[in-house]
Design a binder for this molecule. Structure first.
Ligand code: NAD
Length: 295
């Protein structure tokens, strides 16, 4: 049985660690928040007093942390020296592509293996073990990670070398942000022109405007009863998380010199949304800002 150290037992990490226990892994968890450790313990995750203790002689280390600086700090603080030789490091946090590549170098320098494996699917996917993992790393590291990731997800995609998992996730979310803004602007314009939103939806959702932002996460109440617009924009995918992911896109746009005007605009739009009343709302709540002329 493989021993897995799981570091970061928050909204995503807690249920992911529990699914590893269900799949038969021996899981040792750490989070600075006692409540998070205790919640994981009720699902069979051993409650460790530090990341180093969790990682001692582990075969696999999984991190699910808020940002790249924390991932680097955790790796650099003794964890890399505590594990079994050749251990596999899986970072599923959403972090900067450059940070993901730095982290992989840190791991490789100690003779271990690394993949970046950010996820989509949110908290529901974490609970139901239906996450999508976008994985960056060597063929060998990907093959080693696959059975571990399969215990927590449904779709596991090898994207290329280190950092490419983060790159794919970030590019996908940039499209999502731009498409949600475009869909919301179109609903408001249609309203202003006297069109019933349901009629616009009926046509656009089966025509060339069809996309996830419209067909599944529709920003007006009614056409898609399960979309957050029907429950006062409770997330879903919160504006604060969208803004965080777009901040990573902004870094990548600047570092690569990519001409991404729509993506860069979306960065600004969602930064303002998250700094205002949108932080805790679903990102489709951007339609309210557009309606009020606040974008
Ligand atoms: P969260 O804030 O609920 O959990 C993060 C956990 O990390 C917290 O429990 C915190 O105490 C812990 N932590 C902080 N510093 C630590 C340290 N030094 N050592 C160990 N643990 C530490 O966040 P989350 O929603 O679980 O998200 C985790 C990651 O997953 C983020 O990078 C986020 O962008 C990404 N993500 C989240 C979602 C989502 O829907 N929540 C979806 C996809 C990706």
């Amino acid at each position: 049985m493989k021993t897995v150290a799981f570091i970061g037992l928050g909204n995503m990490g807690g249920p992911m660690a529990a699914n590893l226990v269900t799949a038969g892994f021996q899981v040792r968890g750490f989070d600075p928040q006692e409540a998070a450790r205790q919640a994981a313990e009720t699902h069979g995750v051993a409650n460790c007093a530090s990341a180093v203790e969790a990682a001692r002689d582990a075969d696999v280390v999984i991190t699910m942390l808020p940002n790249g600086a924390i991932v680097k700090a955790v790796y650099g603080d003794g964890v890399l020296d505590s594990v079994k030789p050749g251990a596999l490091f899986i970072d599923s946090s959403t972090i900067d592509v450059a940070d993901a590549r730095d982290v992989a170098h840190m791991v490789h320098d100690k003779g271990h293996r690394a993949v970046d494996a950010p996820v989509s699917g949110g908290i529901v996917g974490a609970h139901n073990a239906t996450l999508t993992f976008m994985v960056g790393g060597s063929d060998e590291a990907f093959a080693a990670a696959r059975p571990v990731l399969e215990a927590m997800g449904k779709t596991i995609v090898h994207c290329g070398e280190s950092g490419t998992g983060q790159a794919v996730k970030m590019c996908n979310n940039m499209v999502l942000a731009v498409s949600m803004i475009a869909v919301s602007e179109a609903f408001v314009l249609a309203e202003n022109l006297g069109v019933d939103p349901q009629v616009f939806f009926n046509v656009a959702s089966t025509a060339t405007a069809s996309c996830w932002a419209l067909n599944t996460n529709c920003p007006v109440p009614g056409p898609v009863p399960t979309s957050p617009a029907n429950r006062d924009f409770q997330p879903g995918f919160a504006g604060a998380l969208m803004s965080k992911d777009l901040g990573l896109a902004a870094n990548a746009i600047a570092q690569t010199g990519t001409d991404a005007k729509m993506g860069s605009l979306a960065v600004e739009v969602y930064r303002a949304f998250a700094e205002g009343e949108g932080a805790g709302k679903d990102f489709s709540g951007i339609i309210e800002s557009i309606r009020q002329g606040k974008v």
